[in-house]
Design a protein around this ligand. Sequence first.
Ligand code: AMP
Length: 190
Amino acid sequence: MINLVLFGPPGAGKGTQAKNLISKYNLVHISTGDVFRKNIKAENALGLLAKSYMDKGGLVPDEVTIKMLKEVVESHGEANGFIFDGFPRTTPQADALDIFLKEKGMAVSAMLALEVEDDVLVSRLLNRGKDSGRADDADETIIRNRIKEYYTKTAILKGFYSDQNKYFGVEGVGSVEEISERLYKVIDTL
Ligand code: AMP
């Protein structure tokens, strides 16, 4: 069983790369951002709560995010493995994921980090905002806040997974296929 954490700042290409990895390795893709957006569309209580943080480019509280993630994993009992996209984003989330997977006799196999410079991220996100319809992609102030959240709360996870010898950095600039090939090379050594 392979469980991958796809890591990198907003706009690094996690969602795009996840698509290729899912089909090649037959994994279940869980994007916490996508799950929040589905709940926002459904206009339920979780969606309303998440929206109040997402609209500002901030992180949704850990407790809410962890509970939701566990429910989604539980709903895929027969999976070959998972790609966690956009989760964990904080140390408490990473701790909770380790404990949760351990209880199930599973573990994170690797963190695959897409490395991209900030200026490239901002222009990619503004571009994506033209047709993604995502409010948090349309405004440069919100985008910069998302990148700031990444550096203050999420980037620390590089150390968390490096300490477990599970961190693999991959250059996130190039064609989609080139970047996928870099990821496959790492995964095939796991
Ligand atoms: P994403 O689709 O991964 O870019 O996430 C969009 C937004 O959803 C983020 O800016 C956060 O507000 C929220 N979000 C997604 N995943 C998480 C997470 N693991 N922890 C907290 N907030 C999250």
